[in-house]
Design a protein around this ligand. Structure first.
Ligand code: ASP
Length: 334
């Protein structure tokens, strides 16, 4: 039987972090180890696949940029059409892992599994979670049932769809959950036990890959603002002056907005800026017309898409040339 061929792309993060002592779990230098060091720490990976490694860039994921996303997406798109690669694993910092996963899922064809993983503890820590996460990510990626899965987040023995994966704790090893959903799979004895078949979950998620025969050189500017007590609407004009083509607002409650913010966003919308109304609440959707008259102001309700993911989604929708109604339909389909 031929062995699966896996491409490992290392991009930094805590999984590649080095601390001064084995007890240091929060103070360390992230992105210190390359792909080869990561696989050297997990000899059992050799039982799973033939692995080639690349380190396209190495950073703490709080430094993630759309330029890094476009670089990574271009490499993943190549891998997906490369007959010598069966699946892809990406190691990544956990801070923006869920956003990178969604970006890749939206921009890349879903024919092969692309599993993103990271770690909450640096590689040098007692009880480091990176080696097990890396092994589980590889096992998941090469599993035949993962074909057609698109991008999946694997953390702490659970596989999450990129639409629902959310980091909800700053330090615990079980930092990730599936927001308003259950994990796609549990990893048990190195095998995925699917709760939602991967290909079915992928088919339910919108894809923008067909809009991008080639990737854009850069993404349109979209700003993310927060509704808060005493929120100053002047910031909305400032965003427009900086060239924002879209604004996402993390509203209170059901995406609710104060009158000054609502009015200023309505004016931005009248000028052609696409405005998405999301919520700062940790769970639940923002439904069209609920708590704000979206038709009157021209706003797009984010549905189940979180503010941070709404920002990247809106930027991609604008890059793809979709208008407000088409963008509304994509948000509503998550
Ligand atoms: N700040 C780190 C990063 O996102 C945290 C981590 O990887 O867990 O790169």
């Amino acid at each position: 039987m031929t062995r699966p061929r896996l491409l490992l792309l290392a991009t930094g993060g805590t999984i590649a972090g080095v601390a001064p002592t084995a007890a240091s779990t929060l103070s360390y230098a992230p992105a210190s180890l390359g792909a080869d060091s990561l696989i050297a720490s997990v000899p059992a990976l050799g039982d799973l696949a033939d692995i080639t490694t690349e380190t396209p860039f190495s950073t703490g994921s709080q430094h993630m940029t759309s330029a890094y996303w476009l670089t990574l997406a271009a490499r993943v798109r190549q891998a997906i059409v490369d007959p010598t690669i069966d699946a892809v694993v990406i190691t990544h910092g956990t801070d923006t892992l869920e956003e990178t996963a969604l970006f890749l899922d939206l921009t890349c064809p879903r024919d092969k599994a692309v599993v993103l993983t990271g770690a909450m503890r640096p590689a040098t820590a007692l009880g480091a979670d990176g080696p097990m996460n890396l092994y589980a990510a590889a096992a998941l990626a090469v599993n035949p049932a993962s074909r057609g899965a698109g991008a999946i987040v694997l953390m702490n023995d659970q596989a999450f769809g990129p639409d629902r994966a959310a980091k909800v704790h700053t330090s615990r090893v079980d930092a990730f959950i599936a927001r308003s959903a259950m994990p796609l799979a549990l990893m048990l004895n190195g095998q995925p036990v699917w709760q939602v078949p991967a290909a079915i979950a992928a088919a339910r998620r919108p894809s923008l890959a067909a809009h991008f025969a080639s990737l854009p050189a850069a993404l349109p500017r979209v700003d993310l603002l927060a509704q808060q007590v005493d929120a100053d609407p002047a910031i909305i004009d400032w965003c427009l002056q900086q060239g924002a083509r879209g604004i996402v607002v993390a509203g209170t409650g059901h995406g609710s907005l104060s009158h000054p913010i609502e009015a200023a966003l309505g004016k931005a919308s009248d000028k052609g800026c696409l405005v998405v109304r999301a919520s700062r609440i940790s769970d639940g959707p923002v439904m069209h017309g609920a708590s704000v008259d979206d038709d009157r102001f021209g706003f797009i309700a984010a549905g189940f898409v979180t503010p941070h993911k709404s920002r990247l989604l809106l930027s991609l929708l604008i890059a793809a040339g979709l208008d407000r109604e088409a963008a509304r339909a994509v948000f509503a389909s998550f």
